[in-house]
Each structure stands twice: as structure tokens, then as C-alpha cells.
Ligand binder design. Sequence first.
Ligand code: NAP
Length: 255
Amino acid sequence: MGEGRFAGRTALVTGGSRGIGRAICIQLAREGAWVAVNYAESAEAAAETLDLMGAAGGEGVVFQADVASWEDTSAMFDAVEAARGPVDLLVTNAGAASFQDDVNMPLELWRRILAVNIDGAFHCVWRAKEAMLARKDGRIVCISSIQGLAPSRIRRDRLLAYGTSKSAVIGFARNCAVAFGPDIRVNCVAPGLIDTDMTKDMSDEMRARIVGETPAGRTGTPEDVAELTCFLLSDAASFITGQTYVTSGGLVTLP
Ligand code: NAP
């Protein structure tokens, strides 16, 4: 450890056990960061992420916490700080999706999706910001979704709570960038369709329709999202804050 553009940095990635979060953990570790890998339930998968980080020449530790809970999240930061000191690089990636009939969506589902996706981001940023402000240095990336920019016209239903929460993540990141500048940079990444557990149950027909509308002609990989996230966390992005970057193969283009 110690080589690369994140050498000496302490990173915390929520939802690092699988999918996009895992790819971000591995890339950060490969490039020198010490990485706290958060997970909610998948202890084995989180341990695998740690192994893959090790194979990439990196180091870190896994921490269980439900980011929807302030107490859990705060205890996780306490543990990270005790193990390694304050967090320099934060990625709020943990997310939950609701693939259900929107019209009849139960209240409990709405509450849970919002609790994980937006309260979860808030809890982490709130817990991380004091130390970042004190040291006048912090970089945060919040993972949103193209569903947070506009509801899909291809997948017409089943993402109401998810899309709403991801719009809130974009607004949250923008507001934090203004509130915490110039000491902390806060940006958002809005991925399109990425091949992970979250999207594995999509029908072949739906997948083909989405790919057919995508100029890049393919679905995305977790590594596509990790690459953009790490750029935004790096010194190369020092003049970028409050922005939302889309990685969707051109399926969505910002005005
Ligand atoms: P995934 O494969 O389903 O993985 C979700 C990750 O989030 C897991 O590591 C999971 O931990 C963690 N997680 C879920 N609820 C949590 C909680 N309450 N507390 C802590 N961790 C929790 O999902 P993914 O596709 O990699 O998605 C990652 C992020 O990208 C999400 O925010 C998602 O909304 C966003 N995104 C995904 C896509 C896509 O097409 N895949 C597109 C746009 C945006 P456990 O393993 O312990 O369950």
C-alpha cells in the first residue's frame, strides 16, 4: 500500500460488499487508499471485497452498519476513526430499489427506500463533515441514478420511491457543495443500467430495449462507475463540486 493518487487517504464506501460499491473499494485500494468497506447484511461478500482489495495491493477493514440508522452509522464512523483516523474520502453508495407496482406501493416500502437512499447519505455526510471541515479537506461522492434525473420512459413503473430518493440525493449533494465549500467538494454520480445484483432480475426483453436506446450499445459495468467516482475524488477534479455526472452510455444526456 501507499502508491497511487490516493496514497495516505482514508476512504469509507457504503454498500461496499457488492456491485458498484465493491468496484469503488477495489479501485480506491489499488490506488493507495485505506478503505473502510461498509455492508448491511452480506458479511461474506464484504470479506470477499476485502480479499479483492488485498489482491489489488490495498488494505482496509469491513464494517457492518445499516446506513438508514443514525446510531449504526455513527458507531461505524467511531470505529473507523479509532482504527485509522478521520475519513478523507466518502462514497455514499448503499442503495435499495423497489421493483413493485407504484400505484399500490405500501407506505412501509416508501419509508424504507427513502431511509436507506437519502437518510443514509445524510447520516454519512453529517458524520463525516466535522472532521473534514476541521482539516479543510474532504471529498464526497453520492451515488444517485438516472432515475433521479427523470423517470424512465422505458421502465414506466415500479421505481417511484427509488426515483424520488435519487432526485433527493442530487439535491442533497448540490446543497452540501455550497454549504461546505471550499473545504469539502461534494459531487454526484448518476449511473444508467449497470450489471449488478440490483438489476439481475430484469427481463431479457427489457434489457435489450434499454441497450437498443443506448448509444454505447451496452449495459454498464461497476468498474465504469468506479472510474468516474475515483476521478471525482481525486485532485484532478479540484475545480469540480456540486455537479452530477451521468455514466449511462449516452442513454441520458444532460441539457
Ligand atoms: P447492489 O448490487 O444491490 O448492492 C447494494 C449494496 O448496498 C450492497 O453492498 C448492500 O449491502 C448495500 N446496502 C443496501 N442497503 C444498505 C443499508 N441499509 N446499509 C448499508 N448498506 C446497504 O446494488 P448496486 O447496483 O451495486 O447499486 C449501488 C448503488 O448504485 C445504489 O445506490 C444504486 O441505487 C445505484 N445505482 C445502481 C444502478 C444499477 O443499474 N445497478 C443504476 C443507478 C444507480 P449488503 O450486501 O450487505 O446487502
